[in-house]
Design a protein around this ligand. Structure first.
Ligand SMILES: [Fe+2]
Ligand SMILES: [Fe+2]
Length: 277
């Protein structure tokens, strides 16, 4: 088997410039897989149209939700909240043959394989607190004082959980047992919209924003679960780094104002496994 495993995230297709970039994306071969690590958009119509388009081009598409898909946006005719919204997103993915965190993990058996590819949905629990704060309450208060508050506070509802921390805790517990049950003989590619470790948030322009970016509970997962690569987005800081010898790939396209100032045409596809032809 030939082909490559590609990844991208943060397509934010509500912006026509981003939609034009996404419409141009083509695989290199008919055996390529594509990981979409969240923030496709906010509206169900946009999300479904985009995933269907990508699935028509790539032999397999694997999706993990971002915070934007989980927003209950006032302009979306679908007003589901929280867990119900997530389950409905999973349903539209299944209708379009797109793998989700609720499905059996796929095994990439192309170049550099076999590797288990695991899309995760873990959310965040405010444990990436800014320096000088000791509790979630202090961290949030500082963010409000400085005017750096994630829109999730208004639009990402945790129903039926009491708060986003509880939802995160439940997701982490369930995901941890599923990962522990994967074939110990195979390495993994772990995919989560939010970074699994805190270090990538250290370069954020506003350190207060880190509390919406992940959880300390996954700090050793890249080692424990044999990752050859960890794919994430959300920060809109595309780059490759390494922690404990494991490659971390931030694969976001980001907003037009972010990629336009780089002056080059964006190419959001990042090769995770495989080699260029
Ligand atoms: Fe994003
Ligand atoms: Fe995000």
């Amino acid at each position: 088997m030939a082909g490559s495993l590609f990844a991208m995230s943060d397509l934010h297709v509500a912006y026509p410039q981003n939609r034009a970039v996404v419409d141009r994306i083509e695989p290199e071969s008919d055996q390529d897989w594509l990981i979409v690590a969240g923030d496709v958009g906010e509206l169900f119509g946009d999300i479904e149209r985009t995933l269907r388009l990508l699935r028509s081009r790539f032999s397999r598409v694997i999706w993990a939700p971002g915070n934007h898909e989980l927003w209950t946006h006032p302009r979306d005719p679908v007003q589901l909240r929280g867990e119900h919204r997530y389950r409905e997103l999973v349903r539209i993915c299944r209708d379009n043959d797109v793998l989700t965190p609720e499905d059996d993990y796929g095994v990439w058996s192309g170049p550099d394989g076999p590797v288990t590819v695991a899309p995760l949905f873990l959310l965040y629990d405010y444990s990436f607190r800014p320096p000088g704060t000791r509790t979630t309450q202090e961290a949030l208060q500082l963010a409000y004082e400085r005017g750096v508050v994630c829109a999730d506070e208004m639009m990402l509802h945790p129903d039926p959980y009491q708060d986003r921390q509880s939802w995160c805790r439940a997701r982490v517990a369930e995901t941890e047992s599923r990962l522990a049950a994967t074939d110990p003989g195979l390495p993994t590619v772990l995919v989560n919209h939010w970074p699994l470790v805190r270090q990538p948030t250290e370069v954020l322009w506003f350190p207060e924003f880190a509390q919406w970016c992940g959880t300390e509970r996954t700090a050793d997962w890249h080692v424990r679960f044999r990752a050859v690569a960890v794919v994430y987005g959300h920060l809109h800081i595309p780059r490759t780094t390494s922690y404990d010898g494991v490659r971390f790939e931030e694969v976001s396209l980001g907003y037009p104002r972010e990629w336009e100032r780089r002056g080059t045409k964006p190419d959001p596809l990042r090769r995770i496994l495989g080699t260029a032809p």
